[in-house]
Design a protein around this ligand. Structure first.
Ligand SMILES: *Cc1c(COP(=O)(O)O)cnc(C)c1O
Length: 429
């Protein structure tokens, strides 16, 4: 459920008209609903509470790292799952306390490890033996002890797009679960590291509970084995990955309450604190990308709706074959003559295509359209390719709105470049 709906024939985000917003902010822009963000977090957390589980929900910052998004979730008690020093700094800047931050990722540098320990974050999730060795050295040199989880790779097929599957042996993530005993034994010996947890994350946009059940069951067996070995873990971090519906009529992904039951059934008996790292589930359906139609171009055999948003603003369709609903902001438009069309942006790449052969109403120059489910992996992946300005982000709460990231301007964009001194106009030998 979300809070985007038609009011008097115009699409609204909560109490704010999207066409009013477009007039004020210009297009394209992202808009997020705080009520939807809060609702999604709460539904997820409540589902876990209902199972009597002791949990910490660490929102996966990479899905949407805007300060206002982080602050909205942090205020509800969310922690943060970060995968770079930059994300850690964003989470801290948004007021999320260090003891609710977990640092994941296969390629943490020594400098990032040191920064994480400097800030005193809750734990680092280690994904390889060289990482474990480096962390041990860095922490020992700082005369501190890093609390760690080993991220295990359970060799489970997540049944999702290949670019976001992370739990198979051939993926770069985690350490083979069969080797967990050896690695934990090693970690117990090393100075500067203290194993307190075990982590798993098998992929994103999962639409079925079976892979979760398979992975969590393997993790439970491993935790029991570690307990017997005298590696008493305090926590289990089960990652994120629960999918969201991207289109009407699609098979609905599992509900948080059913997911929570699987967590309880597979891990509840171990009496450990459970950490979770949902990203997409929280923000995905809390955002739209709003764009204006530049031309409705009809050729001999094909029709193209050319809009002012492009692959640099929302890369999911071309990167992951991601599907987004496309609707007219003016409700009545949706009833006008439908024909098959591609929706494309102005970028000079054939890959700059949001959808192919979709049944869409007739558009005129200046009509507004909205891409649904654009809150996760949207703005965070935006670039300035083709020297297009980074898109603004707007947050809505009831009938208020705030620009939570203004549109870049050309001076700022071009000002990032520096002219080499020998090319300066007044340069003399
Ligand atoms: C990306 C990621 C997540 C979040 O995944 P979602 O599918 O957005 O829930 C959680 N944990 C880790 C380690 C990740 O890499």
């Amino acid at each position: 459920m979300n809070h985007f709906d038609y009011v008097d024939g115009i699409l609204h985000a909560e109490g704010v008209s999207i066409s009013d917003l477009a007039a004020k902010v210009g297009t394209p822009f992202y808009v997020y609903s705080s009520a939807t963000l809060e609702r999604h977090y709460q539904i997820f957390k409540d589902a876990l509470d209902e199972q009597g589980l002791d949990t910490l929900v660490c929102y996966a910052v990479k899905a949407n790292s805007n300060q206002s998004v982080l602050r909205t979730l942090g205020n509800l008690g969310a922690g943060a799952d970060v995968v770079s020093e930059g994300e850690m700094r964003r989470a801290l800047a948004a007021g999320i306390p260090a003891d609710r931050i977990v640092f994941s990722g296969v390629g943490k540098t020594a400098a990032e490890m040191a920064a994480a320990m400097e800030e005193g974050i809750l734990e680092l999730n280690v994904e390889s033996i060289p990482e474990l060795d480096t962390l041990s050295k860095v922490a020992d040199a700082m005369e501190t002890e890093a609390h760690i989880a080993i991220r295990v790779n359970p060799d489970v097929d997540a049944n999702t797009h290949e670019k976001i599957a992370t739990g198979k042996k051939e993926n770069k993530f985690g350490i083979d679960i069969e080797m967990a005993g050896q690695i934990y034994a090693k970690a117990m010996e090393l100075p500067g590291v203290k194993p307190v947890s075990i982590a798993v994350h098998i992929g994103s946009q999962l639409t079925d509970l079976a892979p979760f059940r398979a992975a969590f069951t393997k993790v439970a067996e491993t935790v029991q084995m570690l307990d017997n070995m005298g590696v008493p873990l305090e926590r289990i971090d089960i990652g994120g990955g629960l999918g969201i519906p991207y289109s009407h009529g699609d098979e609905e992904p599992p509900l948080p309450k059913d997911y929570a039951k699987v967590v309880k059934e597979t891990l509840g008996h171990l009496n450990k604190k459970i950490m979770l790292e949902p990203g997409r589930l929280i923000v995905g359906n809390a955002g739209l990308l709003v764009s204006e139609v530049i031309f409705d171009k009809k050729g001999d055999t094909k029709r193209f709706v050319i809009v002012d948003a492009a692959m640099n603003d929302l890369v999911r369709p071309t990167l992951y074959d991601g599907h987004h609903e496309i609707i007219a902001v003016e409700e009545a438009k949706n009833d006008e003559i439908h024909s098959l069309s591609d929706v494309v942006g102005p970028v000079c790449e054939t890959g700059d295509t949001f959808t192919k052969n979709r049944e869409l109403p007739e558009f005129e120059t200046g009509d507004l359209i909205a891409f649904g489910s654009a809150g996760a992996y949207g703005a965070v992946m935006a670039s300035t390719y083709n020297s297009r300005l980074l898109v603004p982000e707007v947050m809505v709460k009831d009938d208020q709105f705030a620009v939570i990231r203004p549109r870049q301007d050309y001076e700022a964009l071009i000002g990032l470049d520096k002219t080499a001194p020998w090319l300066e106009e007044n340069h003399s030998e």
